[in-house]
Design a protein around this ligand. Sequence first.
Ligand code: ADP
Length: 266
Amino acid sequence: PSPTNDRLWLQYNITRYGNAEHLMVVRDITRLHQLEQMRKDFVANVSHELRTPLTVIAGYLETMLEHSEELNPRWSRPLQQMNQQAGRMQHLLNDLLLLAKLEATTPPATAEPVDVAALLQSISNDALALSAERQHGIELDVDRRLALRGSESELRSAFSNLVFNAVKYTPAGGQIRLRWWRDEYGAHLAVQDSGIGIEAKHLPRLTERFYRVDSSRASSTGGTGLGLAIVKHVLLRHQGRLDIDSSLGKGSTFVCSFPLSLTESR
Ligand code: ADP
């Protein structure tokens, strides 16, 4: 045990040999755990400290853009680009802070029933508004009576990331289908797109933070690389699971599954 934290972290690994013999290896991972915690705290603190100065910079940039007619026209484009990059940084910091919060806190004990159908409707309206000129079609096939107990704001973040990804990685005119249903195994949300798809070799690492299939393409789409890591953590906090099925050039389906014990009929 360390002087600062007297909790001991042990990792057990049991291997079976033949019929009767077992080998158990116990590893003390206390130090590793502490280092991981320090890393998480550091990222959260830096993100927090950067937020205020960035808000000031973004605020002034916006004011300058609003009064751009008073400036020399050659500043118009650089200002727009600075404003866009400041927006990306704000998005990144918000995602980092959300991830830190999801990792550091325990899920709320008293979870409210969330109207998932209404949530999906609102998310798809936002997604369509953002990609208006790309003419995507979003089809909703949802059980309106099926509610899920959990945190509405966390579920909104997770489902938004999946729906916005579907829009981002689907060429103009593509189709997106959202399904929400229950069966004997649980309640499921499927986000299916007819987009660019993902090669099978990338699938196991997709929910790692900052993992991107093609970083040059990803930076032009404006994502942070944290979206699916957020989805994974929100699902973990709702006893959920993420399954990804994808085929390169044809499209992808992301399915979130939750235990029936978290569902309610409205
Ligand atoms: P990003 O901010 O880059 O979108 P995410 O964590 O949300 O980060 O996704 C990680 C990577 O997974 C993306 O960079 C992209 O390469 C791939 N990806 C996610 N969703 C889809 C999708 N619907 N279709 C194709 N690729 C996807």
